[in-house]
Design a protein around this ligand. Structure first.
Ligand SMILES: Cc1cc2nc3c(=O)[nH]c(=O)nc-3n(C[C@H](O)[C@H](O)[C@H](O)COP(=O)(O)OP(=O)(O)OC[C@H]3O[C@@H](n4cnc5c(N)ncnc54)[C@H](O)[C@@H]3O)c2cc1C
Length: 423
């Protein structure tokens, strides 16, 4: 891998997501050698993936080169590599570009889409966990519009214009709202010869309410916002199958569609080789202690979505959102230095800053500890928090410019089929 020998301990970090990047930053200029590995050469700001899918933003405004993040850290190296497994007996990892030894290993590989064992859903639906996948959705939506505009079959036209989103969590809710805005503002202008009123957006949620991880206020308000935008919300509905043409569910509901977007769940992106008892089987998360050490290992840690730390307040682990990953990454940098300097590490305490979701123009819901609200002010806060959380000044400026332009013009300017999606 062409990593020079060093007199300092080597910390290998797998994954340049929220957790990995914050860990790298907290180890800058410390007396350690840091090696960051990721299968992509960029950090992805996943909370705004849905805006790429719905033509609101170009992908480069939510991605940031990992080499640029480390450019001022002379102790840090980046390698573009997919890590396959760990050999903990000899402190070594095996990757797509070779092996590497470590003194400390940090696994921050996040999650991947969970299809709950359904091969047909996996083969026919559209996941949204990465930038290439978000671009696939963007292309498919626009290709469907084009096909709907030229087909003479009413049945086919309806199937092209039916969009089914499975999973009523923040991702599903935000995407449904954004696609509804395409229907309400873009379709009538771009496709004047197409009857936009026949376009349907269905949001399917298995529990009794959308945004089940948020407050009842947030659920009710967001459902109201979605309905006002024309989204058909179906709760207590499980998808049983999708063959690429028809969605079947546990109820009488059957939908003909060319597009099923799967936002119904995630499962850990495990790195093979660790003891079975160090993992939670169902969730595919590593069991970690309060210092993020993986059970059974002193020098191997897990952070963020892939880590399950059971505490009194979070017996089943912290929520798989950005804040625990960011906070754990920052603390682990300090803790590893403490361990190296023979001091006791500090236990992780999660500072829950609240949660939020937007449902389109002027509409969002925010849950804070003592205050829950929705509407324009919530939407403004949602925009501000997402803008300042983006990595890189350029990205913040571009996103701000795009949002302002789109807001004034009721536009989504990135509706381009750059790389056609082939089913
Ligand atoms: C569509 C979507 C919307 C979301 N919206 C929100 C939101 O609004 N608010 C919020 O707080 N959270 C949101 N989340 C969740 C949030 O993005 C995650 O909780 C957060 O990214 C977790 O950070 P992480 O560092 O643990 O993992 P990630 O950010 O997923 O990073 C993992 C990294 O590991 C790399 N990797 C994985 N496996 C390997 C391997 N074997 N070898 C090398 N590299 C590997 C990946 O390429 C990736 O860069 C959203 C997630 C999605 C998918």
């Amino acid at each position: 891998m062409n990593i020079p020998e060093s007199k300092f301990p080597r910390i290998v970090i797998i994954g340049g997501g929220f957790a990995g990047v914050n860990l790298v930053k907290s180890l800058a200029k410390k007396e350690v050698q840091v090696v960051l590995l990721d299968k992509h050469n960029y950090h992805t700001f996943q909370p705004l993936l849905y805006q790429v899918s719905s033509s609101g933003l170009e992908p480069d405004s939510i991605a940031y080169p990992l080499r640029k993040i480390i450019k001022k850290n002379s102790n840090t190296f980046f390698r573009l590599a997919e890590v396959d497994n760990v050999n903990a007996k000899i402190n070594e990892i095996n990757t797509s570009i070779g092996t590497l030894s470590y003194d400390f290993l940090v696994i921050a590989t996040g999650t991947k889409t969970n299809y709950f064992g359904s091969k047909t859903i996996e083969a026919n639906s559209m996941p949204m966990k990465s930038i290439p996948q978000a671009l696939n959705i963007r292309s498919l939506i626009l290709q469907n519009f084009e096909k709907a505009a030229v087909t003479s079959s009413i049945k086919d036209r309806q199937a092209y214009l039916n969009f089914v989103i499975v999973g009523g969590g923040p991702t599903g809710v935000e995407l449904a709202g954004a696609i509804a805005e395409l229907k309400n503002h873009i379709l009538p202008r771009d496709y004047r010869d197409l009857d936009s009123s026949i376009m349907q957006i269905h949001l399917l949620e298995g529990t009794e309410r959308v945004l089940p991880s948020m407050s009842m206020t947030a659920s009710k308000k967001s459902e109201g916002f979605l309905k006002r935008l024309g989204v058909r919300v179906h709760t207590n509905v499980f998808v049983k199958d999708y063959d690429g043409k028809q969605v079947t569910t546990n109820s009488d509901l059957k939908l003909q569609t060319e597009t099923l977007i799967w936002a119904a769940g995630v499962t850990g992106s495990l790195v093979h080789g660790l003891k079975v008892e160090s993992m939670l089987e169902k969730a595919n998360r590593y069991v970690v202690n309060r210092f993020n050490q993986i059970e059974g290992y002193d020098t191997i840690f897990a952070l963020g979505d892939i880590a399950s730390m059971s505490t009194v307040d979070y017996p089943n682990g912290h929520p798989q959102v950005a804040q625990p990953a960011i906070q754990q990454g920052k603390l682990l940098g300090k803790n590893i230095m403490r361990i190296i300097n023979k001091q006791s590490p500090k236990p992780f305490v999660y500072n829950d800053k609240g949660s939020m979701a937007t449902v389109g123009r002027n509409k969002a819901v925010v849950d804070l500890k003592h205050y829950k609200f929705g509407g324009f002010f919530a939407w403004f806060i949602w925009m501000f928090i997402h803008l300042i959380s983006l990595v890189g000044f350029r990205n913040r400026v571009i996103v701000f410019f795009n949002w302002t332009y789109n807001y004034i013009n009721f536009d989504k300017a990135a509706r381009l089929i750059i790389r056609p999606y082939k089913k």
